[in-house]
Design a protein around this ligand. Structure first.
Ligand SMILES: C[S@@+](CC[C@H](N)C(=O)[O-])C[C@H]1O[C@@H](n2cnc3c(N)ncnc32)[C@H](O)[C@@H]1O
Length: 243
């Protein structure tokens, strides 16, 4: 695990940029491509969870510019990506090959994938879209398949500063679904985070008949006296799999 200084920033190209819609992430495409702290914590946590990737079919759902997908391809996986943004899909195609990109959800073959990863997507989309994405992920997993769905740890909603984010004082309780604007220190852009308690996501998974196998957090560090685990990753399988 690479160690980063708490206030280290990788650039400020995105300063003042606000990503307020799930389809507007192309505005910070370059910033996403050069995220270092996020990579060191999130990607380095999720990759070992997948084990031996040789010949495994992996879908990166909402994979953005294809940074993680490309790392998985290099590890021997047969990696496909879907992203709602055409600019992101074009960037990912340069890394993964155009034949490995799905342009619509409907193109993704059902029951096919050993692993579906979905990183930092659910916390930026509407509640209805969370439910649709979770259903889509379930439908494309094969019978033994596993999903790893991760995003910013909701428990951090009242932490003013982490290595990655600056947050305003919360106006709502942890248990209330709400949205707030936060600043990404890497890149300096602002995003709208949709906060939902962990139990809300667990109910969505169970409503979709996905079984919650495990919850993994990225490595803990301390900043300004607060213990911080930046990301939560849910490991899920289809409900009809045997133990
Ligand atoms: C914060 S970025 C994360 C990108 C990548 N997964 C990563 O870990 O770096 C969010 C991505 O989700 C995509 N996205 C947003 N809404 C989506 C949706 N409804 N379906 C698929 N992708 C979506 C955006 O275009 C963007 O590429």
């Amino acid at each position: 695990m690479k160690q980063m200084q708490p206030n280290q920033q990788s650039g400020n190209r995105g300063k003042q940029t606000l990503v307020s819609a799930e389809t507007a992430w192309n505005k910070v495409l370059e910033e996403l491509k050069s995220e270092k702290i996020k990579l060191a914590f999130y990607d380095d946590t999720v990759i070992p969870l997948l084990g031996d990737l040789k010949n495994k079919k992996v879908l990166d759902y909402g994979g953005g510019p294809g940074v993680l997908a490309s790392a998985l391809q290099k590890l021997g996986a047969d990696v496909k990506e879907y992203d709602i943004s055409e600019d992101m899909r074009n960037q990912a195609a340069k890394k993964l090959g155009a034949e490995n990109i799905y342009h619509t959800v409907e193109e993704i073959p059902k029951g096919e994938f050993d692993f579906v990863i979905c990183n930092l997507v659910l916390c930026i989309v509407s509640e209805d879209e969370v439910r649709r994405i979770v259903e889509n992920i379930k439908s494309v997993l094969n019978e033994q398949g596993l999903a790893f769905i991760g995003f910013c740890n909701p428990k951090l909603f009242d932490v003013p500063e982490t290595n990655l984010d600056l947050r305003p004082t919360p106006k709502h309780e942890y248990e209330q679904n709400h949205s707030y604007m936060k600043t990404k220190k890497e890149g300096g852009y602002k995003i709208i985070e949709n906060h939902r308690p962990i139990s809300w996501y667990e109910k969505v998974y169970s409503d979709a008949a996905l079984v919650h196998v495990d919850t993994i957090f990225t490595p803990e560090y301390e900043l300004n006296g607060r213990k911080i685990e930046d990301f939560i990753i849910f490991k899920l399988k289809k409900g009809d799999q045997s133990e």
